[in-house]
Design a protein around this ligand. Structure first.
Ligand SMILES: Cc1cc2nc3c(=O)[nH]c(=O)nc-3n(C[C@H](O)[C@H](O)[C@H](O)COP(=O)(O)O)c2cc1C
Ligand SMILES: [Fe+2]
Ligand SMILES: [Fe+2]
Length: 395
C-alpha cells in the first residue's frame, strides 16, 4: 500500500515487521524496520531508491498502484547498500532504459554490487535535474553512511530525501513521526546513530552545517528507514547535532562477564562506590545483553567500566565483540576503567586497559584485581575504585 507525502510524491517502500537483525547479525532490530523508496510522478517519473530484494515484489506492486514501472525515466540511487539497491535489478529489468542517477562513489558501489552496464548519470553536490514542475537537487553526504551516500532534495515540495541519515529501524503502521510512539522513535533513532554513525560524527556535524547554510525550506525529511519526519522535521536535525557533539551524561556503564560470579560481585561493589558519589550507573552482564543496546548506553555515558576474569591468560570471549565496537566506533569524551578476578596469571585487567587506551578512552585509575573469590578487602577496593571513577565523572 502506498502513502502520498505530497501531491505526486509517494512512499512506495516496504515495512519489515519481522526483522530482528540487520547487516547479517551485526545489528539488532527489536522493532523491525522499513525500507523507504519514493516515487515522484511528473513529466518524468522518478524512483528514489529501492528496497531490500526479498521485498521487491511489494515495491513493484506499490509502484503499479501509481504507474507502470516500465514508465520510470529516472532511478536515483542515494546509497547502493543492499537494503536500498537490492531491488534495482528487478526494477531495471522492467525499465531498462531508465537513467540511474548516482554520486561518483555511488557509481562505483552500484556497479560493485550489480555489475550491470546501466545508463548511469553521475551527479555532484548542487547539480539539478528538472523533471517537469520540479527540480531535484543533489547533495553528496559521504560517510552518512557509506562514501556513496547522497541526499536528494525535491525543490518546490521541500522534501529532503536523506537516505540513511535521520533513519531508524522501526516498523510502524503510520509512516509519519507525529503518529507513532515518541519514546520508541527516539530510542531507535539514537540506537541507529550510536551503532552506525558515531565514527562519522565530525562529518555529520559539518554536513548539517552545510545543508542548513543552504537555507532550503524543509517541510519533510524522508529518510530511507523508519518514519518520515513531517511534524517539526528539523527536530531530528537538532538531535543529530547534539549526538554528533558526543557530550556525555554524568553517568557510568559497567559491562562484565563472569564464570563463577567473582567478577559480578566486583561489578556490584563498583556500582556501590558510584552510588556513594551519586553517579547513576547501569550494569550489563555481557553474554546475555544485546551488544547494540549496550553500545547505545555507552554512547550516552561518560565512564565505561569493563570487567572480565582472566581466562586462558586473556578475557572471556563475550567481552571481545564489545571491545571491537569500542575501537571501531571511536567514541569521544569517554573515560574508562577495568576490573576482574583471576586465579594465577591474572592478565585480564591489563589487557582491558590496553585495549581502552587503544580506543583513546583514558583510564581514570589503575583497575582492581581480586584473586579467586573476592573477600571484604577486595570489595572495599572495588567500592573505592567506583568512588574514584564517580568523582572523575562529576569533574
Ligand atoms: C577455563 C578457565 C581458564 C582460566 N584461565 C586462567 C588464566 O589463564 N589465568 C588466571 O589467572 N586465571 C585463570 N582462570 C581462573 C579464573 O580467572 C578464576 O577462577 C576467577 O576467580 C574466575 O572469576 P569469575 O568468578 O568472575 O568467573 C581460569 C579459569 C577457568 C575456569
Ligand atoms: Fe546504509
Ligand atoms: Fe540503510
Amino acid at each position: 500500500m502506498i502513502t502520498e507525502l505530497k501531491r505526486g510524491v509517494f512512499w512506495v517502500g516496504a515495512v519489515d515487521w519481522a526483522l530482528r537483525h540487520f547487516h547479517g547479525h551485526e545489528l539488532s532490530t527489536h522493532r523491525g524496520s522499513a525500507y523507504n523508496a519514493y516515487l515522484i510522478t511528473d513529466e518524468k517519473n522518478v524512483l528514489i531508491d529501492t528496497v531490500w530484494a526479498p521485498f521487491q515484489e511489494q515495491l513493484l506492486a506499490n509502484i503499479r498502484e501509481v504507474i507502470d514501472p516500465a514508465k520510470l525515466d529516472i532511478i536515483i540511487v542515494n546509497h547502493a547498500e543492499t537494503d536500498h539497491s537490492g531491488s534495482l535489478p528487478a526494477v531495471m529489468r522492467l525499465a531498462p532504459n531508465a537513467t540511474v542517477v548516482v554520486s561518483k562513489r555511488g557509481r562505483e558501489s552500484t556497479e560493485g554490487h550489480h555489475h550491470q552496464a546501466w545508463n548511469y548519470k553521475v551527479v555532484q553536490t548542487g547539480d539539478r535535474i528538472n523533471i517537469g514542475k520540479r527540480d531535484l537537487v543533489f547533495i553528496e553526504a559521504p560517510m552518512l553512511h557509506w562514501p556513496d551516500n547522497m541526499f536528494t532534495y525535491v525543490a518546490g515540495d521541500n522534501i529532503l530525501m536523506s537516505s540513511d541519515a535521520f533513519g531508524q529501524h522501526y516498523a510502524t503502521a503510520s509512516h509519519f513521526n507525529d503518529e507513532v510512539d515518541q519514546q520508541a522513535l527516539f530510542q531507535e533513532a539514537l540506537k541507529y546513530y550510536a551503532n552506525i554513525l558515531t565514527p562519522f560524527s565530525n562529518m555529520v556535524a559539518r554536513k548539517i552545517d552545510e545543508v542548513l547554510a543552504l537555507k532550503l525550506p524543509v517541510d519533510i525529511i524522508a529518510p530511507s528507514h523508519g518514519i518520515i519526519w513531517r511534524k517539526d522535521p528539523l527536530q531530528i536535525v537538532k538531535k543529530y547535532q547534539e549526538w554528533a557533539a558526543q557530550v556525555p551524561e554524568k553517568s557510568a556503564v559497567i559491562v562484565y562477564d563472569t564464570m563463577w560470579e567473582a567478577t559480578r560481585l566486583m561489578a556490584e561493589a563498583i556500582g556501590e562506590g558510584l552510588t556513594e558519589e551519586q553517579v547513576p550507573y547501569k550494569i550489563f552482564y555481557a553474554p546475555v545483553s544485546d551488544r547494540n543496546d549496550v553500545i547505545t548506553e555507552i554512547f550516552k555515558t561518560r565512564a565505561v567500566i569493563i570487567g572480565s576474569p582472566t581466562f586462558n591468560q586473556g578475557l572471556l570471549p563475550s567481552i571481545m565483540p564489545l571491545l571491537e565496537d569500542l575501537k571501531g566506533l571511536k567514541f569521544q569524551n569517554k573515560i574508562g576503567g577495568a576490573f576482574g578476578s583471576y586465579g594465577w596469571s591474572g592478565e585480564s585487567v591489563k589487557i582491558i586497559q590496553e585495549i581502552l587506551a587503544n580506543c583513546k578512552i583514558p583510564i581514570v585509575t589503575e583497575g582492581v584485581r581480586a584473586k579467586w573469590q573476592p573477600i571484604a578487602e577486595d570489595l572495599a577496593k572495588c567500592r573505592q575504585f567506583g568512588k574514584t571513577v564517580g568523582q572523575a565523572v562529576k569533574k
